[in-house]
Design a protein around this ligand. Structure first.
Ligand code: FES
Length: 107
C-alpha cells in the first residue's frame, strides 16, 4: 500500500491508502478527493488533475515530463515549478507518504 496525502488549498488533508501501481489521479478519484476530476481518464489530455508536489517530494516524483504533460500544464492555472498532472505520477512504494497540494481551482 502507498499512502498519499492530498492537501486542499484551505489546508484540509485527505490521506488515502491505495495499492501501488495506480496513478495519483486514480487514488484521488477512487477516494472522492475533491478538486481532482480526471476528466480524460488519465491520458494527460485535460489538466483537471493538476497538483503541486510538496517540495520535499519533488526529488522523488521528478518534475513534469517534456511533451504531453508539460504542454497540458500550460492550460492549468497557478502552475509552479512543482506542478504535475496527477495522472502521470505512478504510485510506487518509493512514494509512500507522498504529499500533493491541490491548486485553488482547476481550469
Ligand atoms: S486526468 Fe486528464 S490530464 Fe490527468
Amino acid at each position: 500500500m502507498t499512502r498519499v496525502s492530498f492537501v486542499e488549498a484551505g489546508g484540509k488533508i485527505h490521506a488515502v491508502d491505495v495499492e501501488s501501481g495506480i496513478s495519483a489521479m486514480e487514488a484521488a478519484v477512487r477516494n472522492n478527493v475533491p478538486g481532482i476530476d480526471g476528466d480524460c481518464g488519465g491520458a494527460a489530455a485535460c489538466a483537471t488533475c493538476h497538483v503541486h508536489v510538496d517540495p520535499s517530494w519533488i526529488g522523488k516524483t521528478g518534475p513534469a515530463r517534456e511533451g504531453m504533460e508539460k504542454d497540458m500544464l500550460e492550460f492549468a492555472e497557478d502552475v509552479q515549478e512543482t506542478s504535475r498532472l496527477a495522472c502521470q505520477i505512478k504510485l510506487t512504494s518509493d512514494l509512500d507518504g507522498l504529499i500533493l497540494r491541490l491548486p485553488e481551482k482547476q481550469h
